[in-house]
Ligand binder design. Structure first.
Ligand code: GAZ
Length: 266
């Protein structure tokens, strides 16, 4: 007897948008229900994949057993929640669901600010970008103060909003390393710090580590996103081989020095 056809997710393993799907499935104990297939972002997209997406390159995408394609991590997240309703991660109560959906709507600007900050190459823009990042955290802090001033998570437990944001909290380890950015110990950030720290520590969200993020995202810190190649380099920091575990920690001074493949252990 053949096993029932599985859902397939084509993804880039360290991509924050794909980690959302993995966290949701981990919370449900259903990681095995989806066949995650790795796409190497440092290579041009394969024809068979472009055919499935009708030409778009952003991942993750989900492929149903009938060969239908879904795009956009938040859409796929809801689809997985609907296909595997138990245990529920999304809130059942309409008002509480609306609250987590409002917080979800804050993810876009939060993400953009962090990536623009890490990719910035102009030291004169650094302070403004730091302030912009702090504003984003302050906004999350305010939202949490309105809806859950005394708790840790937004609602009772690690749920939908935490699934959406935790991958960015982890990616933003690159700001700590390459920009010396961290949340000040000040009242406007205390509530969001409590939330972030609990999110980072949650057992369902341990798909990547700080060391992996810092090493793989070196090229982002030098201004090259999505597996693009920097001048003078033969290999992207996003390559799977050599494995990140065997590479040295990259230089922290992104404004002062451009590391070679050799220095990066590539
Ligand atoms: N909105 C989509 C979703 O699924 O939620 C976003 C998917 C996406 O951007 N995927 C990226 C991708 O496949 C990988 S993760 N890129 C390859 C391609 O050919 O499109 C990068 C950014 C950024 C925010 C995030 C990322 C990132 O700027 O982590 O700038 C370069 C990409 C705001």
């Amino acid at each position: 007897m053949t096993a029932p056809a599985k859902l397939i997710v084509h993804h880039i393993p360290v991509c924050p948008f794909s980690q959302r799907l993995e966290i949701l499935l981990a919370l449900k104990g259903l990681r095995d229900q989806v066949d995650f297939r790795v796409v190497d972002i440092t290579q041009p997209r394969a024809e068979w994949l472009l055919k499935k997406t009708r030409g778009t390159t952003a991942l993750p995408i989900l492929e149903t057993p009938e060969g239908r394609i879904l795009k956009e991590s938040l859409v796929i997240l809801q689809y997985l929640e609907d296909v595997f309703p138990q245990p529920a991660v999304a809130q059942a109560d309409p008002y509480r669901r609306a609250v987590e959906n409002m917080m979800t709507r804050l993810e876009g600007e939060f993400c953009t600010q962090g990536y623009v900050f890490v990719m910035n190459q102009n030291p004169e823009r650094r302070e403004a970008l730091r302030e912009g990042m702090l504003k984003q955290y302050a906004r999350l802090n305010d939202f949490l103060m309105e809806h859950a001033p005394d708790g840790t998570y937004l609602l009772d437990d690690f749920g939908w909003a935490e699934t959406v944001f935790t991958p960015f909290f982890m990616r933003f380890w690159f700001l700590e390393y390459y920009e010396d950015f961290d949340l000040p110990h000040e009242p406007p950030y205390e509530r969001v710090r409590r939330w972030r720290d609990a999110c980072l520590a949650h057992p369902a969200a341990q798909q990547v580590s700080k060391e992996e993020i810092v090493k793989l995202y070196y090229d982002y810190a030098k201004g090259a996103g999505n597996g693009a190649l920097l001048p003078g380099r033969q290999r992207s920091s996003f390559v799977f081989e050599p494995d990140w575990r065997g590479r040295p920690w990259p230089p922290k001074d992104k404004y002062g020095h451009s590391a070679t493949d050799e220095e990066l252990g590539l």
